[in-house]
Design a binder for this molecule. Sequence first.
Ligand SMILES: Cc1cc2nc3c(=O)[nH]c(=O)nc-3n(C[C@H](O)[C@H](O)[C@H](O)COP(=O)(O)OP(=O)(O)OC[C@H]3O[C@@H](n4cnc5c(N)ncnc54)[C@H](O)[C@@H]3O)c2cc1C
Length: 444
Amino acid sequence: MDSTGRWLERGRPGYEEARRATVWNARVPDRYPDLVVQAASEADVQAAVRHAAAHGMRIGVCSGGHSWAANHVRDGGLLLDVSRLDPLEVDRVSMTATVGPGRKGDEMCASLAAEDLFFPAGHCRGVAVGGYLLQGGYGWNSRALGPACESVLGIDVVTADGAIVHADPENSPELYWAARGAGPGFFGVVTRFHVRVYEQPAVCGFSLYAYPIELLEDVYRWAHAIGPDVDRRVEVPILMSPSFTALDIHRPAIVIASPVFADSEKEARAALAPLETCPVRDRALLAVPYAPARLSDWYDAVMHAYPDQHRYATDNMWTSAPVEDLLPGLKRIADTLPPAPSHALWLNWGPSPLRQDMAYSLEDSTYIALYGVWSDAADDGRYADWAPSHMAAMASHASGIQLADENLGQRPARFATDTAMHRLDQARAVYDPDNRFHSWMGRA
Ligand SMILES: Cc1cc2nc3c(=O)[nH]c(=O)nc-3n(C[C@H](O)[C@H](O)[C@H](O)COP(=O)(O)OP(=O)(O)OC[C@H]3O[C@@H](n4cnc5c(N)ncnc54)[C@H](O)[C@@H]3O)c2cc1C
């Protein structure tokens, strides 16, 4: 295999550009690895891992750089950027694909759509499959298809000794088990995912409602009540923000924009029907019970909430608490929302079906995540604590967090069952006995 990887030592030309290129969040941390390696091949990955072992360096790995907290950028050691490992090969007959960790989910979806195929990739452009699949993967139609890691059939991994290992249910099963949920605590470098792909849903559509933020209690009580019964092919993300300029809403509001994936328009409309039942429906600022959409339109719409070149601080919680227990916290969040596009997300997710046996092991009925978004570094002090402080205040109602929007360096929290955590530690002891790969932030 050709090797054209670049090795950039701290202090040398190109180093800082390479370090920054691994972080999508404009809040690039003041943490400096000694060496950045931009791998162009699996052989480059092996060489970098062996170099790290020979020199006693720890390793952080990056695919698409969409870790909000830039988990892979640590002080000292080696930062291994595998974003260039991004081939995608699709086998329509077996309904499988192999994909490099650097491939962006939206690009993967576009390639698959050309063959009438589909994958539950993440909701934003630019999120690479590397970090996304390792941490779980809440993507398009994931309520029906499961977190995307359930569609991972096998992985190719460069392990701490520099060997290439293929892991699946029959080969190195513990490594395969760990790779589906360990997220930023995974102890190897995934160079290829083998995944299941799906038929493109015949109909892709959505409903859209906006309510004045003053109706918060009515909206969340209703959302909580209908949650368990909404067809799993419907996603119910509820966004609270000071404004939604793309929708021409210039006041604090709650927007419920629900994608649906179905076999026919009739089915899609029926699946979305519960969204029409909000008791304050007649006071909606905007109401679209059904409209067809393409996935590319959805990506465009979602990106209004996550603009490039901005500074972000996130945090989150899973919960099945009664809505009355959550309302005080939601009101405090509403009262303190930083300027748009900062927002709070409420997602009706559960009840959880029986999942495969994998490290991903913690989810609950409702997901709440906060996204502080701002552009001026001078405002870091004003907004960086907004998300974690509210989630800390509501922690007594949380069953845990998910790794997608984690902020473990600032607020350590539970993201897997105790049994799964113990098994992860045991697997690390076998596959990475010298702790070559960084663990989750907030943990040694
Ligand atoms: C704008 C935005 C939108 C998002 N939307 C969603 C969403 O809809 N659903 C969802 O589930 N999540 C979402 N996320 C969270 C995102 O999926 C995670 O941050 C994910 O880890 C990003 O993957 P990445 O490869 O781009 O990031 P990276 O920052 O490159 O990777 C994250 C971490 O994973 C590990 N890692 C990455 N690649 C490898 C590898 N090849 N081998 C071993 N370890 C590796 C490293 O520890 C790394 O720090 C979003 C994030 C952002 C910024």
